[in-house]
Design a protein around this ligand. Structure first.
Ligand code: ADE
Length: 252
């Protein structure tokens, strides 16, 4: 996968390109990242990239031309026609489904805005999509772009070693992940649930499914709307609602 980034703060992306999973994807040549700074496409003496909004009001707006030229530069550098995404709180909410759809593209250009945002004409003419990472306002689109890059990188085939860890994790099946434990067996007086030590794979699988179900029911019950409960799950939830703590052992 190839990702181009339009940003006034290119150095910020070292946080992902030089550390952790994204850097490994880059080193393994499964992900290529290119960054263009609109300031390099501002041709006046001061390399101006922002100006006051027409109609007045607070803040500055990123001017159309430098950001358009940076976007076009990356569009031409891409190995195939990229999907161009502007990161903004007004975009469609990012979730695992959006990540899965975007990872199928060979090339993306992510546009990180600053100030009050970018000139509307760039949004209308040079962006194919707008994505938000949540209902809060950050000072720029760099961190949202990095969030998206991380979520994408771990879905590129061959980047995550263990396919299992993908299959089990939160949101892949419309459920939150359940509890996890590792050694020591007893930590500060608290023991690991017996079932996990039993060596009975079927029982462990069922324990994990119930732990995930319990956590989803308690924290994000609205997820059941997208991924409805199966009959055996309904029985388990009924039991939980009746306060049956035999429904799950301690610690989940
Ligand atoms: N830019 C500023 N805040 C943002 C957000 N919540 N999501 C995406 N881009 C943003």
């Amino acid at each position: 996968m190839w990702i181009g980034i339009v940003s006034l703060l290119p150095e910020m992306f070292c946080a992902v390109t030089e550390h952790g999973l994204v850097s490994r994807a880059v080193a393994a040549n499964r992900l290529q990242i290119d960054v263009a700074n609109p300031r390099d496409f501002a041709h006046d003496k001061h390399h101006t990239v922002d100006d006051a909004p027409y109609g007045g009001g607070p803040g500055q707006v990123m001017m159309a031309e430098p950001i358009a030229q940076a976007t076009e530069y990356l569009t031409n550098a891409a190995p195939s026609a990229p999907r161009r995404i502007y990161l903004t709180p007004e975009g469609r909410p990012l979730n695992q489904e959006v990540v899965e759809a975007l990872v199928s593209h060979d090339a993306l250009v992510l546009i990180a805005g600053h100030y009050e945002g970018i000139d509307e004409r760039v949004r209308a003419n040079l962006c194919d999509d707008e994505v938000s990472i949540g209902d809060y306002v950050l000072s720029g689109g760099e961190l949202p772009a990095m969030v998206l890059i991380d979520a994408l990188a771990r879905r590129i085939p061959g980047v995550l070693g263990n396919a299992e860890s993908l299959a089990c994790e939160s949101f892949t099946k419309g459920r939150l992940e359940g509890a996890h434990y590792t050694r020591p067996r007893i930590w500060r007086g608290e023991a690991v649930p017996d079932t996990l030590l039993s060596g009975d794979h079927k029982a462990v699988k069922s324990w994990r499914a119930r732990s995930a179900l319990k956590r989803t029911y308690e924290r994000r019950p609205e997820l059941f709307r997208a991924q409805p409960l199966e009959t055996h799950e309904i029985t388990f939830i009924d039991d939980l609602q009746r306060g049956g703590d035999h429904a799950q052992e301690q610690g989940s």
